[in-house]
Design a binder for this molecule. Structure first.
Ligand code: ADP
Length: 360
């Protein structure tokens, strides 16, 4: 059986005990008459009761009640400090109370963060399965049509096989991007510091994307630094190449047909600013920050368009990670009907430095 006792009951018991001891002593002594003895006992009980009751109430019970009240508040997610209506408070109890409440608050915040991460993970898993399904089903469909239909002529067979191959290529790109993003998020990827010419890198990428741009009649332009200064930076060449491919590829994909894609550089103190600009239909304000989220696409029709053009929906999320691992930020500026600009900065090298790994 559980036995609970209040501060009042303890105070009464203790007062009676003290009074009993004192009165017995007084009784046994020859000087005090009986009536005075009873009066003394009454006064002692009252005084002891008041003292002990106040002590328990003020020092311990109230303090503990207060801790409970605080914990209740934390449960209800009301992270506010508790009332301080105390006569006096001993230091160890105060410290204990503050520590318990701080710990409970921290734990509650950790639980909330874990719940948020769990929701994100669930959402990510749903997105990944959805994205994987599309190319798998497409390839499966083409291959089964060829297998199931004996009368498919050579031309159609080849066409279907090509389509299946395209879907499998998209699947491969998606899986590679998934591996990259999970490594970047785990923080296991280390960025190298290499001194290289960004202008040269952009020229290489232009050559690689020439055909894609030609299909949409897009002109690719590089605006180098004035006075033919080499656009040297200190960064991870391969990773920055990946970022620039994503940005230039998007500018071609989502830019205007027959339009222009411009890459420009500007020196800003110790860094070099890189801009990739298109003259497409632009990105509405409410989507501008969200385009860096994994699998975020502005609309459904573009989803299909982007998949057909080989977009995994992870390009900008990966680019953001890479740029941030270089201690920089990627920014978007866009005006509807005018076009979109994405930009970031990279450090310029001081003197000749060899390759050295840099912590992410
Ligand atoms: P995707 O593989 O879909 O291109 P990204 O992560 O590269 O994935 O881009 C995310 C979304 O951001 C795109 O689906 C597109 O809706 C939008 N977006 C990216 N770049 C541009 C751009 N230059 N102009 C307009 N919209 C863009």
């Amino acid at each position: 059986m559980r036995f609970t006792i209040s501060s009042r009951t303890i105070a009464i018991i203790l007062s009676l005990l003290v009074a009993a001891v004192l009165t017995t002593l007084a009784w046994l002594g020859p000087t005090m008459p009986f009536q005075q003895g009873v009066l003394a006992a009454g006064i002692t009980v009252a005084a002891c009761f008041l003292l002990l009751y106040l002590m328990f109430e003020a020092l311990i019970f109230r303090e503990i009640n207060n801790i409970y009240e605080g914990l209740e508040n934390i449960k209800r997610k009301e992270f506010r400090r508790m009332s301080n209506k105390f006569l006096f408070r001993p230091e160890p109890l105060k410290r204990m109370r503050d520590e318990i409440l701080d710990m409970a608050q921290r734990k509650q915040q950790e639980i909330d963060e874990l719940k948020r991460l769990q929701a994100l993970r669930r959402e990510f898993l749903a997105d990944v399965s959805h994205e994987l399904k599309t190319p798998i089903f497409a390839a499966q469909g083409f291959v089964h049509t060829i297998l199931d239909d004996d009368e498919v002529d050579e031309f159609t067979r080849k066409k279907f096989l090509q389509k299946a191959a395209t879907s499998l290529d998209a699947l491969d790109a998606l899986v590679q991007d998934l591996v990259t993003i999970s490594q970047l998020e785990k923080g296991v990827v280390r960025m190298r510091r290499q001194r290289f010419d960004l202008g040269q890198l952009v020229q290489d990428i232009f050559e690689q994307l020439e055909l894609k741009a030609a299909r949409r009649h897009v002109t690719l332009e590089l605006l180098p630094l004035p006075a033919a200064t080499p656009s040297l930076v200190l960064a991870d060449r391969n990773r920055i190449r990946q970022v620039l491919i994503n940005l230039i590829d998007n500018a071609i994909k989502y830019g205007r047909e027959n339009g222009h894609v411009r890459v420009s550089f500007a020196e800003t103190g110790k860094s070099l600013r890189v801009r990739v600009q298109d003259d497409g239909e632009g990105i509405p304000k409410q989507h501008q920050n969200r385009i860096f989220e994994r699998f975020y696409r502005i609309d459904k029709s573009r989803t299909r368009e982007s998949r057909e053009a080989g977009g995994s929906g992870l390009g900008l999320a990966i680019s953001k990670h890479i740029v941030e691992a270089h201690k920089s930020t990627i920014r978007v500026r866009s005006e509807l009907g005018q076009g979109t600009t994405l930009e970031f900065k990279l450090p310029k090298p001081k003197k000749v430095v060899g390759d050295e790994p840099v912590k992410e």
